[in-house]
Design a protein around this ligand. Structure first.
Ligand code: HEC
Length: 187
């Protein structure tokens, strides 16, 4: 009985301390202030395992060079703002986010194709990484995966060439395309 009483008292104390911590606004949610080291580590593990477990049973299709070019167009439209691209820094939006959108040419190698696909389709909660599943077909998402897997080898010049290729629009059957930024094509 004593053990039960002690447990209940402890639980009440923990809940009370937590409530005070929250209501006094002690945790700083400002994007300009990094998470505490403990919070970052915990989230890193939660994120990694959550993605690995959910992506395990996905089957990646094969991809062609044409897919990679389509992926480059999608990337320029939807990802470069935050993640940057070969020869292009992230915009003010990308620079102000916390956690920071990583340079995918450097960091995407830690994920396999299935995991990248899962991340693009579902996004990552409370990080600014959007889910593209609600607005894109699986085929389009796989073309972006194919592109980001090539990203480490793509130079600034090759990237511009890829964006200059127009077969993206001609072969896009479902009429899904974005308004291209003009400045990137002329160079
Ligand atoms: C509004 C900003 C924003 C946009 C747009 C965006 N991302 Fe992200 N992305 C992020 C942030 C922030 C993270 C970091 C999440 C974290 O640290 O857990 C991230 C993480 C990722 C990751 C995991 C990288 C890693 O090393 O853990 C991948 C892959 C990724 N994004 C791909 C993309 C692709 C591809 C697109 C375009 C289709 C895209 N993102 C568009 C903000 C963005």
């Amino acid at each position: 009985m004593n053990f039960l009483k002690t447990t209940i008292v402890l639980v009440v104390i923990v809940v009370a301390v937590f409530t005070v911590f929250v209501y006094l606004g002690i945790y700083n949610v400002a994007a300009t202030k990094p998470h505490t080291e403990l919070a970052s580590k915990v989230f890193e593990v939660v994120k990694t395992r959550s993605i690995q477990v959910r992506a395990k049973n996905i089957t990646p299709p094969s991809s062609s060079d044409n897919d990679i070019i389509k992926g480059a167009h999608h990337y320029e439209e939807m990802c470069a703002t935050c993640h940057g691209a070969p020869g292009i820094d992230p915009s003010e939006i990308g620079k102000g986010l916390n956690p920071k959108p990583p340079d995918l040419g450097k960091s995407a190698g830690r994920w396999n194709s299935k995991e990248l696909f899962w991340i693009l389709k579902h996004g990552i909660k409370m990080t600014g990484m959007p889910a593209f599943g609600p607005t894109h077909t699986d085929k389009e998402l796989w073309s972006i995966v194919a592109f980001i897997e090539r990203l480490p080898e793509i130079s600034e010049e090759e990237y511009k060439n890829m964006l200059g290729k127009s077969n993206y629009k001609e072969h896009d059957n479902n009429n899904h395309h974005h308004n291209h930024r003009d400045n990137i094509h002329t160079h």
